[in-house]
Design a protein around this ligand. Structure first.
Ligand code: GLC
Length: 464
């Protein structure tokens, strides 16, 4: 069986969020269990594409609303990723030093058309086309409805929703950009008066998955307008928990760390990494260190951070370190918090992220929406205790210490609830022996891709 994943992001080529981590790992694990799996993504202008060699495998042009656009399909020459990587190069639209912009309708539509145009020429077609999020959500529609792609229409399509908040909406004025189809089928593209690529994919894909069982359930109540659609289509929907890439996220082999460690050397290893962080960010190594890594947006609860941090820091008993960027107002408010027991690195730095997972005592994830969440699983692997709002994938992966578990859960988010969870964590930390035992225990929880990769394979098999 041959699977092609189509995605806007893929680690380590281009990463904005967790989507990249999943698309960079799942195909690798699928290949390992004997299911040939590759990835097609846009060719962006970034360090990866500039420092690696690609060969041209196909060249043609598409017509987007009357404009001819040349495109080239490039294949990565070395096979260091664990899967074949193909990139679509459309110089005017895709070759940019960013992934997302305000012209994404044209950019991702042309990307998807180029993918399908290329498929029309292939002898060895994929058995399944697996698309990820709204950026590639028009493929299931175009394959099943556009006259051009008639010969591809028997290829089953699978959509994975990594985040239903973003749907790729555009106005009906742009409908002419989509390759011709029977106009009586326009309803498949529309949701609430806009063209909605995510809704179109939910309607047209043969199967729909999302990245945790609880998020699948929650979507029926809260899906940014698509609740009734997801309830209606629930028979073809399934939640499959993401895994983490144990080859990238392994404290025993992690080259980024100040000191590598395994379960038996957890105490000294974590201490060395904490020491590195405390020195770099002027924090007190004796205090429990709480960290946040991620985008500073409402979905992650980041609008409450300035108030939460100020309150939690009042008693001078803890330290907080933040790594992330996003909403400017939040960034400014964070910058005005006194740098006593607190520091923030505004931006993103892969090495620093790894050292934080290793050196922090707790990882904060007070998300309002969390389809799966990978950070809590990275934290566990590095022996760091997650403090989470019990929703979506967080609910599926973290059990509270009060229920014989290993993490800290709060239910809903507010300044009060999160600071109370931080206080509970501080008490837990003060029981040094129990805290150390727990830190070792969580390192052995298995969230590797092996199980989930197999679940996807079972799903593909049901379609063939
Ligand atoms: C999105 C979701 C996150 C999930 C990731 C990978 O970024 O917000 O919860 O873990 O996709 O599926």
């Amino acid at each position: 069986m041959k699977i092609t994943h189509v995605s806007a992001e893929c680690f380590p080529i281009a990463k904005v969020g967790g989507l990249a981590d999943v698309v960079g790992a799942l195909p690798k694990y699928q290949n390992e269990i004997g299911v040939e799996s590759n990835v097609i993504m846009p060719f962006y202008k970034n360090a990866f594409t500039q420092n690696n060699t690609f060969e041209k495998v196909y060249k043609s042009e598409i017509t987007l609303g009357g404009n001819q656009l040349d495109f080239t399909v490039l294949k990565l020459k070395n096979n260091s990723l664990g899967f074949d990587l193909f990139c679509i190069d459309i110089p005017q639209l895709l070759y940019k030093d960013y992934v997302y912009s305000s012209e994404d309708t044209e950019r991702f539509l042309s990307f998807q058309m180029a993918v399908l145009d290329w498929f029309l020429t292939l002898e060895n077609l994929p058995d399944i086309i697996h698309v990820h999020d709204h950026h590639t959500g028009l493929i299931p529609f175009m394959i099943s409805q556009s006259f051009n792609y008639e010969t591809l229409k028997n290829i089953p399509t699978v959509l994975t929703i990594h985040n239903a908040q973003y749907q790729g909406w555009f106005s009906h004025d742009k409908i002419h950009l989509i390759p011709q189809f029977d106009f009586s089928k326009i309803g498949l593209l529309d949701w609430d008066g806009s063209v909605n690529p995510l809704a179109a994919a939910i309607k047209c894909a043969w199967k729909v998955t999302t990245v945790s069982p609880s998020y699948m359930e929650e979507l029926k109540q809260n899906a940014n307008g698509l609740e009734s659609l997801l309830s209606h289509e629930s028979k073809k929907c399934q939640g499959i928990l993401n895994g983490i890439d144990g080859k990238v996220w392994n404290p025993e082999t992690d080259e980024y760390l100040a000191k590598k460690y395994r379960i038996s050397t957890n105490t000294s290893g974590k201490k060395a990494n904490k020491k590195w962080l405390c020195k770099e960010f002027h924090l007190d190594i004796k205090k429990p260190l709480f960290a946040f890594i991620g985008r500073l947006v409402g979905e992650k609860g980041a609008d409450l951070f300035p108030a939460i941090f100020q309150k939690a820091l009042q008693e001078n008993t803890i330290s907080i370190l933040l790594l992330g960027s996003g909403n400017i107002e939040i960034e400014e408010k964070l910058a005005s918090i006194p740098k006593e027991n607190f520091n923030a690195f505004i931006g993103y730095d892969e090495k620093l992220a790894h050292i934080i997972y290793a050196g922090a005592d707790f990882i904060l994830m007070p998300s309002r929406v969390e389809p799966c969440g990978l950070n809590q699983m990275y934290a566990l692997r590095y022996g760091t205790v997650p403090i989470v709002n019990a929703i979506g994938g967080l609910k599926d992966t973290i059990i509270d210490i009060e229920n014989n578990g290993f993490g800290i859960c709060h239910h809903g988010i507010s300044v009060e609830k999160v600071t109370q969870a931080i206080a509970k964590a501080t008490t837990f930390y003060s029981n040094k022996k129990e805290f150390a035992r727990n830190s070792k225990k969580i390192m052995s929880i298995d969230h590797s891709w092996n199980t989930s990769a197999q679940e996807y394979v079972n799903l593909y098999k049901s379609l063939n």
